[in-house]
Write a protein that binds this ligand. Structure first.
Ligand code: CMC
Length: 443
């Protein structure tokens, strides 16, 4: 089943009613609730009560396994078929024919830009790549071995103190400015976090370079008067940004929407989204894959490692997905990209271990039964490492690409008349009312 519902879906055939009939066996009462886009509204269940003082029926869905929290027109995924489209365009076509900035425009604005729109968009983002000098001082306060993702999350949050008018989230011009600023500044913050951890001077943005090329320059420039990125690596990084741009209601997009629904400024909401991404089950998985490959060590130990995973002693990182029950289409593109990168950088020796893990896992009943396939993170880290990014930077790289998706999800949420402050219900199973005993009398 597709996890995103395609726009056409009313889901009825001629003569059928688009409703669901419910019989409450506790009371014998019958109800009819509307069905639209393959869903019922949970609030329609509230009328189902056993008595007048009954709160009404709720649904219990930890981790949103079967709950749509919004309507969206940004990203379509069919997890069974391994399909991913941004605004209707297949991911492989976008990766082949567009730059990241074109895709960011598409994801945020709904259509691909024409030449003038792209020039204007690129210019606006490029003129916001510099950060306030005080950001450097702020960054200098971090410990020498601070994790770059921790620095990234904090400095994104700190941007809200530099741009207080971003709080005017209902002003379209302010939102536009924030979008330019965040897309422009996240590569700079990311590179500064890395340079700080290396004890190296910060490199200012070079606005003559492409989005990915400038980022590579800010990361790796040493003494050369002008940094010239390798074109294959620059293109590969740009494609990786495209592949990470959006992924519908994942953990960090959900954080962006939930935190943004309180109408906090977008920098604070983005910091929350980046924090969600940091976790090893989400954007931190790309780093975990490399730690795992190190742990496996050699190809001949793959079988024993898989055995441990099946015995519940750990997970095969970079495998499995809440939505994809087929090969992640992004992983397919990345595998191909890896060959091009390795031609320039030399082959990452860990590739052999990864390929062997994939081969064994895809033939194994445990993984077949659970429909566990390589996801985007399984091969991306091997490319990043070959390009000389330290493992700690991997989630930060994910965050740069995902910035456009977070902004698109945030704006869509703000403009959606159905949305309100995100506030789930709970099933209270704690103590009933009881009396407080004085400290002296407690056992
Ligand atoms: N290795 C071994 N077993 C696994 C794995 C794995 N990577 N992933 C899931 N399983 C098993 C899991 O133990 C469960 O088995 P059982 O039915 O016997 O209890 C079954 O498969 C279903 O898994 P689940 O945990 O219910 O699935 P989920 O949808 O809650 O979790 C996931 C999805 C991505 C968190 C999970 O597959 C995982 O932890 N994978 C490794 C981390 C990873 O690679 N994350 C990156 C995801 S893609 C990047 C992004 O987030 O955008």
């Amino acid at each position: 089943m597709a996890t995103s519902t395609e726009p056409k879906a009313a889901g009825t055939q001629t003569g059928q009613r688009a409703t669901l009939s419910i019989t409450d066996n506790r009371t014998g009462k019958q109800y009819e609730v509307p069905v639209g886009n393959g869903t019922i509204r949970s609030i329609d269940l509230r009328q189902i009560k056993t008595s007048d003082d009954d709160f009404g029926l709720m649904t219990y869905d930890p981790a949103f396994m079967n709950t749509a929290s919004c309507k969206s027109a940004i990203t379509f995924i069919d997890g069974d078929k391994g399909i991913l489209r941004y605004r209707g365009y297949p991911i492989d076509e976008l990766a082949e024919k567009c730059s990241y900035l074109e895709v960011a425009y598409l994801v945020i604005n709904g259509e691909l830009p024409n030449k003038e729109q792209l020039a204007d968009w690129t210019n606006n983002i490029t003129t916001h790549t510099f950060v306030h000098e005080n950001i450097k001082k702020f960054m200098d306060g971090f410990h020498h071995d601070a994790h770059p993702m921790g620095m990234f999350v904090s400095t994104v949050a700190a941007l809200s103190t530099f741009y207080p008018t971003a709080k005017k989230i209902h002003d379209p011009e302010e939102r536009k400015l924030t979008i330019y600023r965040l897309l422009g500044k996240v590569p700079t913050l990311a590179a500064f976090a890395y340079r700080h951890s290396m004890g190296m001077p910060y490199v200012h943005p070079d606005n003559e370079l492409s989005y990915a090329g400038n980022f590579l320059g800010m990361m790796f420039k040493i003494a050369e008067p002008r940094y010239k990125p390798n074109q294959v690596l620059e293109k590969a990084l740009d494609v990786l940004f495209i592949l990470h741009a959006d992924h519908e209601q994942n953990c960090s997009a959900n954080a962006m929407r939930a935190v943004g629904s309180s109408h906090v400024d977008p920098y604070s909401a983005t910091a929350a989204a980046a924090a969600a991404l940091y976790g090893p089950l989400h954007g931190g998985a790309n780093a975990e894959v490399l730690y795992m490959l190190d742990e496996v060590g050699t190809k001949d130990r793959v079988g024993a490692f898989i055995k441990d995973v099946k015995e519940g002693k750990g997970k095969l990182m970079g495998f499995g997905h809440r939505v994809y029950k087929n090969y992640d289409p992004r992983a397919k593109i990345i595998k191909h990209l890896a060959d091009q990168v390795f031609e320039v950088t030399g082959r990452n020796p860990k590739l052999d271990i990864a390929l062997e893990l994939e081969r064994i896992a895809l033939e194994d009943e445990y993984f077949i039964k659970r429909k566990l396939y390589p996801n985007v993170d399984f091969y991306s880290g091997l490319i990043y490492q070959a390009m000389k990014f330290p493992v700690e930077m991997f989630p930060v790289l994910f965050a740069i690409g995902r910035m456009s998706g977070w902004l698109a999800q945030w704006q869509e949420m703000l403009l959606d008349g159905d949305q309100k402050i995100a506030r789930p219900r709970q099933i209270y199973l704690g103590s009933d009312k009881r009396e407080v005993t004085m400290l002296s009398q407690r056992k």
